[in-house]
Design a protein around this ligand. Sequence first.
Ligand code: CA
Ligand code: CA
Length: 547
Amino acid sequence: MIARYPWKFGVSISLAVGAGLIIWAGLVSTPPEAGANGAIDWPEIELVEIETGFDYPVHITHAGDGSGRIFVVEQAGVIRIIKNGTLLGTPFLNISARVNFSGNPNDEQGLLSVAFPPDYASKNYFYVYYTSRIGADDGDNIVARFFVDDPVNNPDEADPNSEQLVLHLEHQPNSNHNGGQLAFGPNDGYLYLAPGDGGSSNDPPNNAQTTSTLLGKILRLDVETGSPATYTIPASNPFTQTAALDEIWALGLRNPWRFSFDRQTGDLYIGDVGQGAREEIDFQPASSSGGENYGWKILEGTICGTPSSGCTPPANYVPPIADYPRSSPDCSVTGGYAYRGQLYYRMQGVYFYGDFCSGRIRALKYDGSAWQGLLLLDTPQSISTFGEDEAGNLYLAHRAGSGNGAIYQIVDTGVANLSPSTKTVSPTGGDPGQTFSFTITLINSGGQPMTQTTFVTDTLPTGLAYVPNTLTAPFGTYDDTGGLLTWQGKLNPTPTVQITFQVTATGEITDALQNIAEIEGQNAGRYTRSATVFIPGNPIYLPVIFK
Ligand SMILES: [Ca+2]
Ligand SMILES: [Ca+2]
């Protein structure tokens, strides 16, 4: 049959039909596509073009070496560098002579990702994942290590002849479902990769559920301890004591084209491309000890796969945290990242992901009791990947050839807004003489930076006396003389600031004492925030003054 889309990661050769809903208590938890968003203040995102001129960009990352460089992988076998805002003319790496990429827009093969090990700055080697074009290996998946020969004088060029083979995965005869993501776990330093199920349609060999093959899995390898030529098995891998292959970390995946770790928590998000019915996001908390089974091909997303109805979930099954129908214009999920950058308050902790065919960008966030989801933006881009720079800024790639590929940054365009700002006090009560600590937290929840000055004026009530020299703030200017406590500064680029000070209860007035701060920023609103302490009166030793 003719594919409905010219190109798709994990494109189905035939469409699955008759998938039946599974209903069993306590297992399926799918957030709504939109609506029912709890109290989450979602960002209002837009894309800002960063760089163009790429040929089939499929991966974006950084080296974690303090250089600020952004590395962009082009599918034909080239890694390019954006350095100080400029796309360098000479590639970082060009191994197109050994990479199988036809140039056909449908091709899922190629150089698919690069990963830099922890402490790359002192190592100067890195890892790539590609499909080989060499002889009998043609079509096989390769994980290899490459070196930068002269990191002092020429850190922007690696040696294409420095290859060390780490892992060779047989992947024939099918060209689709190569997976392709490499990433180091932020907490354990191990290399994770996710080979696809071996391709064709509906996983004919049942690879994803077969633990004697590495296909259709997430693998966890130790490629750094003791500088092994290839890799060793982490002792804590889940299947070292069973017949299952020791490399396996998790199973039941179809084409986990893009997965990522939350750099702050270590949680793992997996975008697993569906067959014909559901596109899904799987989640693994940082506390996981591995062994999860994500269901394919018994399940596709939250519904039955094979068999198409009445399926029984496998042992250790974990349903997706989100799935959506593979129906036009959606057709292929591109897993993304949980944002941990410093610029956009409302993007904090939000997991962004996309669909290659529709260009839609969706978001997920855990609200404390359930995953909430929202369709954030419909774009014309062919979203092949998301990626982070060192600062945690979030990008995506528009996959196109002939130099028309482009990198965009995701930004929150919401207007500056100080309304989430808070004021607290600790403790909330005490006798005369007690010292209290007040904290004013200024928060700009809008994406637009506050380049104008924000002003805070805090007026202490009678009965509370400022403790000299206790007013602190990480930036801005403040004044604690003249009876008022004032702060002024720009919430840009950091959208939050904490201002603290201490007071003591004089006993001059007892009862509830309210301390009010006025907060004002241009075009961001004017607010008062107060915190109250309670000072019980003491009729024996202190006079009570009634007003
Ligand atoms: Ca084993
Ligand atoms: Ca699944």
